[in-house]
Design a binder for this molecule. Structure first.
Ligand SMILES: [Ca+2]
Ligand SMILES: [Ca+2]
Length: 607
């Protein structure tokens, strides 16, 4: 992107610079206590009272003004709103404005509320322009998120963002500029008392977040009225940057603002790169000291020692560059159980080398090298322009998971019905069935559970500076899992217009015949894409119809390849679809082509 979006008028620049004569960064106190130094503007502090927090209002005074706007299509004669705050009693929204929009002016305490719009007296609808959802009493509703207006916030000034780099020429010529303003908390001052900006840069190796350098006084400048500030960075080498901003406004700490951005000669698009998938345990063993196979499990079904250190070695050796790979998808990072469980056939003991048996919410498996190894992997990837997608397991946990073993959280999970057994059909019970008796199903209709799994996933993305997600088993989780998570990811990480890619796994088949014979396959894959939801999915129809039948089995010819490739392009348009020859859920392509349908991997001793 080279368009000059930096609209700073000369007068503002002058004011900004005039306000910049601050002591060097790091000379002031660290009021947030987070280890970063602070662009403290000692000597320029606003009056002490402006930086003294007043008591937060409570009760009715602690409620926040919220406006809900709804434009029914087609136009409606009457619109009401009903939600948790009013006992689901429809409250008329009166007459529409001149553009046909209805407005509800509410005063609510901070929180998430379920609600629906009631059109023409009896038609209870989700609010189509608000993607967030909330289940109440087992019924899906729109979710109204009311943030705490009593506390200050940082906000990007619309259109005051510039991320640029000449399309040709050497690295080191990137620029980033942004203007941030404050929103005062209720009854508080909007004055910035101090502000901290930390920058993760691609050319530097960091061991912990505390080591991230703070912005200098020339990079972070405060406006004369102290209600906005600019960040201006120049001469940036290519790679990924993540700017984290936090401030004290009117005496109260703001939430941090996280602004990842890339400097690179050509705008990245996921559709331009192969997505390289590694089962980390089976890739490269970079450190044998962390190897810990499970006793009593045959080697083929056990941990084999591969780790994130090994993946990093391959990144740094230029292996992925030589393949033209600019995006990695790695198997889940969550810590796995130390004991064996039966495979789906119930016959063979297998270990959790695949990563899909999480027992910890926020811990990198020590066998993979732990937290430090994941930090170093992502840094190495970003220096080379490579994105890293985390595999997010949102449908289930392992029964050793710290949330499942916590009695207070037991209602977050379903147990009992095992997918594919009598009375528990894979499709009819797709949301609530268990993949195995030891894999409790997450009940996303429980708001405490859904908000926690979203918070955990945001944590992974932020803590490790990841670039997106591959979401496991999408059709087995309630729709709101992907919708709410996608909404929160877009809000949290895309302020500087850096796309966080969300790719879903919605396993479907392929039916002999035409596109219409595959309508359900296509529609099921499509329903989770677009808007704040997924950017793309794995193209299972193409896999079964082409990779499998044309390439591996050769029982279909190239006209078939042509027909189904065109069908996918027609059906999925510009979505970031993943066409694949095999994955960790299938036999390797070469195995498929060699053995065709000859019994399973256990019979061939190549599990
Ligand atoms: Ca190892
Ligand atoms: Ca489920």
């Amino acid at each position: 992107m080279r368009a000059a979006l930096w609209l700073c008028p000369a007068l503002s620049i002058a004011l900004t610079l005039a306000a910049c004569d601050a002591p060097p960064a790091g000379s002031g106190p660290d009021p947030l206590g987070d280890g970063g130094s602070t662009a403290d503007m000692a000597g320029m502090l606003p009056p002490a009272e402006a930086c003294t927090a007043k008591p937060l209002p409570t009760g009715e005074d602690g409620k926040c003004d919220v406006q809900v706007t709804y434009a029914p299509s087609p136009a409606a004669a009457q619109v009401a709103i009903a939600g948790e705050w009013n006992g689901w009693t429809p409250q008329s929204l009166g007459a529409p404005d001149t553009e046909g929009r209805y407005h509800a002016n509410l005063r609510l305490a901070p929180g998430v509320y379920g609600y629906k719009l009631v059109v023409n007296g009896s038609d209870w609808r989700l609010h189509d322009s608000n993607p967030y959802r909330k289940y109440v009493g087992g019924v899906e509703n729109s979710g109204l998120r009311v943030s705490d207006c009593r506390k200050p916030q940082l906000e990007i000034v619309p259109n005051w963002l510039l991320v640029s780099r000449p399309p040709v020429g050497p690295s080191g010529r990137g620029q980033f500029k942004i203007r941030i303003r404050t929103i005062a908390g209720t009854g508080q001052s909007a004055a910035i008392c101090n502000v901290t900006g930390k920058l993760r840069r691609p050319e530097t190796v960091y061991t912990t977040d505390a080591a991230l350098p703070s912005l200098s006084a020339s990079q972070l400048t405060l406006a004369a009225d102290r209600q906005s500030f600019d960040v201006s960075l120049a001469d940036l080498p290519d790679g990924k940057y993540t700017l984290t901003l936090s401030a004290t406004v009117g005496g109260l700490a703001t939430e941090t603002l996280v602004l990842p951005f890339w400097i690179e000669p050509e705008k990245f698009a996921l559709s331009d790169t192969p997505l390289y998938m590694a089962v980390t345990d089976r890739f490269v063993d970079g450190d044998s000291k962390n190897n810990k196979p499970v006793a009593g499990v045959v080697a083929a079904a056990n941990f084999q020692g591969g780790d994130l250190i090994g993946v990093t070695q391959k990144i740094e050796s230029g292996y992925f560059d030589s393949l033209g790979v600019r995006a990695l998808w790695l198997t889940p990072f969550y810590t796995q159980p130390d004991v064996a469980f039966k495979d789906q056939g119930g016959k063979h003991d297998v270990a959790g080398y695949h990563g899909y048996w999480p027992v910890k919410a926020r811990e990198v498996d020590p066998r993979l090298g732990g937290k430090a190894a994941l930090h170093r992997l992502v840094e190495a990837a970003h220096r080379r322009g490579i994105r890293v997608l985390m595999d997010a397991v949102l449908n289930h946990v392992h029964d050793g998971h710290e949330y499942f073993t916590d009695a207070s959280k037991r209602d977050w999970f379903r147990t009992g019905c095992i997918c594919g057994t009598s009375g528990c059909d894979w499709t009819a019970k797709r949301l609530e069935c268990l993949f195995s008796r030891y894999m409790p199903d997450i009940d996303w209709t429980v708001t405490a559970a859904s908000e926690q799994f979203i918070a955990d996933t945001l944590w992974w993305l932020e803590e490790f500076d990841l670039d997106g997600l591959r979401i496991d088993a999408v059709k087995h989780v309630e729709d709101l899992a992907v919708i709410n998570l996608g909404t929160r990811i877009r809000e949290r990480f895309e302020g500087a217009r850096t796309r966080y890619y969300l790719i879903g796994e919605t396993a479907m088949g392929w039916n002999e015949g035409t596109v219409n014979d595959n309508r359900e396959n296509y529609d099921t894959i499509k329903r989770y894409m677009g808007g704040n939801s997924l950017d793309g999915q794995f193209d299972f129809v193409w896999y079964h119809g082409v990779a499998y039948r044309v390439f591996a089995y050769e029982d279909k010819r190239y006209l078939h390849l042509d027909y189904w490739t065109h069908a996918s392009l027609d059906q999925f348009g510009k979505a970031d679809m993943v066409n694949y020859l095999g994955s960790h859920d299938t036999s390797r392509f070469i195995t498929q082509a060699t053995y065709r349908d000859a019994s399973g991997p256990w019979a061939r001793d190549i599990a």
